[in-house]
Design a protein. Structure first.
Length: 391
């Protein structure tokens, strides 16, 4: 080993400097994370407020449009009446003529006023839609920055906690710790996205609907019953989303039996929950592996099966696990719609790239073969090199 890595006189000073730098970086990241969180919360509050304003403006717009239609008919009838009186003014008294003229004039003024209100409300509605879109985009960016900052803090803390280990030993440990942290954060991001896109959005919509019901209380009883049904449906949908998330978080029995047994148990639960058929083939040796490798492969299988169920348009998949003593090969295949890999480059950092990074931590390789209309294959190959233990 190179002397520069074991020189005990040099190491303490280097560790102290590195610890100081990392502490400063973490302090800066923590302050930034707090500021970003405040921005995200403020944007969310403004977004909800604008949604409420938009609901009210849309209701006012509909009401004004109905009044405009009504007064257009009345004004048209008044003009016809005035024309009749004017053509045959000898048959009408001065009082009748004056009355017809004033009525027509009054309706014209009212119609002009209502049309101006309609124009204003339409412009106000368009402006609210623009503001809602803007604050939604700002909120999404803030949430993305918040997740990135949290990941950086987790990785830095993991490295700082192990900073006093020897360089040779800590290198491998840090790889494993980094992978575990990334896996945890990926799962948390997934849960956060599911909660944000599902229950959180439903709850926000329910709040908006409840506020609308409050405003309609003395105006539209029929509308209130409709909104009650909407809120009830949203509640059922939210409960279903929460149950699905809890199912996905159910602890797996990793490392108690062979890895293939773990997969079989998971597939049985998955088939019962989603009415989705999974054909599993076990080839070669059946044994346990290093816990970190089993966790990584298990999560990859979870993600691949979920993607097939949601996006492939099929109700079945095939999973093959083969151990020849030197290489562990895992294949997840479907006969679904497939996709063009070239069009997914912008999404790699969230999907394919994340899967490749997990496999690369174990010096493995991940290939994806897919063609639109011809299904998809995910092939994972990991060298064992004595990593596995006979079960």
């Amino acid at each position: 080993m190179d002397d520069r890595y074991v020189n005990e006189e040099v190491q303490p000073e280097q560790f102290a400097q590195l610890d100081k730098i990392l502490s400063q970086v973490m302090e800066t990241l923590e302050h930034g994370r707090d500021d970003i969180f405040d921005i995200a919360e403020e944007c969310n509050d403004i977004y909800i407020s604008l949604q409420l304003d938009l609901e009210e403006v849309e209701m006012q717009t509909r009401q004004v449009i109905m009044e405009v239609d009504q007064y257009e008919k009345l004004e048209r009838y008044a003009r016809l009446r005035l024309m009749d009186v004017s053509r045959d003014f000898l048959s009408y008294s001065q009082e009748h003529i004056q009355e017809a003229y004033e009525k027509a004039r009054e309706l014209q003024i009212k119609l002009i006023d209502l049309r101006q209100q309609e124009v204003y409300l339409r412009r106000r509605r368009d402006e609210l839609n623009r503001q809602i879109k803007k604050f939604k985009e700002i909120g999404l960016k803030a949430n993305n920055f918040l997740q990135t900052t949290g990941m950086a803090l987790k990785i830095l803390r993991g490295n700082v906690e192990r900073i006093n280990d020897t360089i040779e030993e800590s290198y491998r440990q840090q790889q494993m710790v980094t992978w575990i942290i990334e896996s945890q954060e990926a799962e948390r991001r997934k849960i956060a996205r599911e909660l944000h896109d599902g229950p959180a959005q439903s709850m926000a919509s329910m709040l908006i609907r409840l506020d609308l019901m409050k405003r309609l209380w003395n105006l539209d009883v029929k509308g209130i019953y409709t909104e009650i049904d909407n809120v009830k449906d949203m509640g059922k949908e939210t409960l279903a989303d929460l149950r699905r998330i809890m199912f996905d978080l159910k602890p797996s029995l990793l490392h108690q039996n062979s890895f293939s047994t773990t997969l079989v148990d998971y597939f049985n639960d998955y088939e019962a929950k989603y009415n989705f058929t999974i054909e599993f083939l076990q080839m070669g040796q059946e044994r346990q592996y290093e816990l970190s490798l089993e966790i990584a492969l298990f999560r990859l299988v979870q993600e691949a099966i979920t993607n097939i169920r949601k996006h492939a348009g099929v109700k079945s998949a095939m999973v093959k696990l083969e151990d020849n003593g030197k290489v562990l090969t895992l294949v997840i295949r479907d006969e679904g719609s497939g996709f063009d890999l070239n069009t997914c480059k912008n999404k790699e950092s969230y999907g394919i790239l994340g899967m490749k990074e997990r496999v690369s931590l174990f010096r493995g390789k991940l290939d994806i073969i897919s063609t639109p209309g011809a299904g998809t294959q995910v092939i994972i190959m990991v060298p064992l090199e004595g990593e596995a233990e006979n079960g």
